[in-house]
Write a protein that binds this ligand. Structure first.
Ligand SMILES: *Cc1c(COP(=O)(O)O)cnc(C)c1O
Length: 248
């Protein structure tokens, strides 16, 4: 398992890279939150991340998260976001255990969560997942070019009006790229979608969750406020011998 000292060193490196990228684009690095992505990692890694000062976490598989929820709960300031595709039958776990939902990828799951949050008398900050790479293998609303499609605008309007869901931003997971530069066009597109929604649709989007281990520097240069880092922070994931929840 990855040691605390290694995690601290990784955070230092990532923080330096964030600062350099922010400086290159005239941004303040304190406007960028480092989210630790801890899927497949044991509770002890979560504890080490807390020890190293991380307070923002992303998890993908609700059942797995439930099994290590005490590690997150150890610090009341820790915020836990669901960032993976959510099956309807697992939505209860998200409404019960997660602080935020960052992978809102279809109207149906928004309706489901709105009902669950109403029953629980709680609000849920959400991020809308935009499929800016127009990939069939990924979820989220499809964007084929620079335009903002009508079906997205209609659903966005409906979700914005749900009393228990607070739309804070947009989230993207572009194609895997060896180099950060390759995904810059997707980061720019996402920022433009947010600007469009704020300008023409009365939206109040303040967060852009974009950038992972391989491309977060370009994401920060283009306006990311949350970067989601797994590998560069806590090492590669080991899926061997693990029965993953099938997504879809
Ligand atoms: C796994 C995952 C990440 C982290 O990816 P790394 O390349 O390990 O940094 C970020 N976002 C989402 C949605 C993920 O599923």
């Amino acid at each position: 398992m990855i040691e605390l000292a290694v995690i601290k060193k990784n955070i230092e490196t990532i923080q330096k890279n964030i600062e350099a990228a922010a400086a290159r684009s005239g941004r303040n690095s304190s406007d960028v939150t480092l989210m630790a992505v801890t899927k497949t990692k044991p509770a002890a890694v979560v504890s080490n991340l807390l020890e190293a000062g991380i307070r923002c976490f992303g998890e993908n598989y609700p059942d797995e998260t439930a099994g290590k929820i005490d590690a997150f709960r150890a610090d009341p300031a820790a915020r836990l976001a669901m960032i993976g595709h959510l099956q309807s039958r697992k939505a209860k776990i998200v409404a019960d255990l997660f602080d935020e939902f960052h992978s809102l990828d279809r109207l149906e799951i928004a309706e489901k969560l709105e009902t669950l949050c109403t029953e629980r008398n709680r609000n849920m900050p959400v991020m809308i997942e935009c499929n800016v790479g127009n990939e069939d293998s990924k979820s989220g609303w499809h964007f084929t070019d620079e335009s903002v499609p009508d079906n997205f605008l209609e659903d966005f309007e409906k979700i914005s009006q749900m009393p228990h869901l607070d739309v804070k931003g947009l989230m993207i997971l572009p194609p895997y790229a060896e180099e950060a530069e390759i995904n810059r066009k997707y980061f720019i597109r996402t920022r433009k979608i947010a600007e469009y929604l704020n300008h023409y649709c009365g939206a109040h989007i303040t967060e852009l969750s974009m950038g992972t281990s391989s491309d977060y520097t370009a994401a920060v240069e283009e306006g990311a406020t949350i970067i989601r880092i797994g590998t560069a922070l806590v090492g590669p994931r080991d899926y061997s011998g693990k029965k993953l929840e099938v997504s879809s």
